[in-house]
Design a protein around this ligand. Sequence first.
Ligand code: LLP
Length: 377
Amino acid sequence: MLTDAQLLGAAQRFGTPLYVYDAAELDAALARVRNAFADARVFYAMKANPNLTLLRRLRSAGVGFECVSAGELARAVKVGAGGGEVLVNGPAKSAEEYAEGARLGATFVVDRAEEVQLLPPRSRALVRVNPALKVSTHDHLATGAASSKFGVTLLEAPQVLEALRNAGHQALGLHVHIGSAIRDAGDFAAAFSRLTELKEAVGPLEVLDVGGGWSLDADLDGIARQARQAAATFGAQLWVEPGRYLVAGAGVLLTGVVGRKHTGRDFVLIDAGMSELIRPMLYGAEHPVRALWQRGEAATYDLAGPACESGDVLARDVPLPMPQPGDVLALGEAGAYGAAMSSTYLTRPRPAEVLWDGDWQVIRRRENAETIWAAEL
Ligand code: LLP
């Protein structure tokens, strides 16, 4: 964990808003995953944070990639991943994604029966099953509910595996991913046990891919135990696809205090907002806030960004000791889906990203107006 002094130093040197990552935290998260899921193959869901430097680091630790777009496939190729290390997933894959996945020899995650016909000849494939379960996370983050767009039903799954084999594909096994930021190990247990109900219908499988979705404080050992049991039911190798768990805790968003304002509420105005971190607005996500200064008694404030939208509030009721312009705040658990989902709304340059690994390394330069409009005519 980076110290306040280190974070302040980074803010001074690189400016705010700034995404800061700690290599040691990333390595530690991977070690925890490897420890809990001992024999599993790990495919990092790069949507959580696709920075090439982070991808290179994970790849050199033997991690593969779960990709959901041609752009993500290009990133996997860019960091030297081969087909055996790449999963091509997504509910509406494009012709380009099928072609590029085939060129690489990647494994496809089939999301609907029609894909059996769309896959390139002799593809390696998993069938994504929708276990039709309600799970304890924000509605937008739940992907295994009957009403969600993902996967095939438990009833369809054996037929899709059969259809894959009949069409000359390599049907490796089943895939399930029930959502993101899930705390309750019981949700995973319920999903995995639904899958094992398919044992008689599908017989032994090479692979059981149980996705990701673990919140930072989830009981990893408990989830792993259930996953291993489910894989053993099929005699399958276990595959996992963590995104958030690997990178969330390794990153903070540093933001500078611009001023204070009192309306019907007490606000601290900050230089980061919905364009830099959309998760509070989109999912009601709560990122822990750390003040990098000490000064007298704390009062509570809402942290409001620079956007001309009332929803542009990154945290509410945060106790802060007399914030003043130039003070710096660290928003935690921002390594996943922070920079990845940042935008240039309001022609605001996306922040720089820096990595601490014994010294500072800029791993993404700050944008500017010219880089933002570079593709416009
Ligand atoms: N595998 C599949 C098939 C997925 O769809 C996802 C995430 C993952 C793995 C990784 O899930 P994770 O371990 O990161 O929870 N933008 C949202 C998260 C969306 C996740 C989408 N799929 C957020 O900011 O929380």
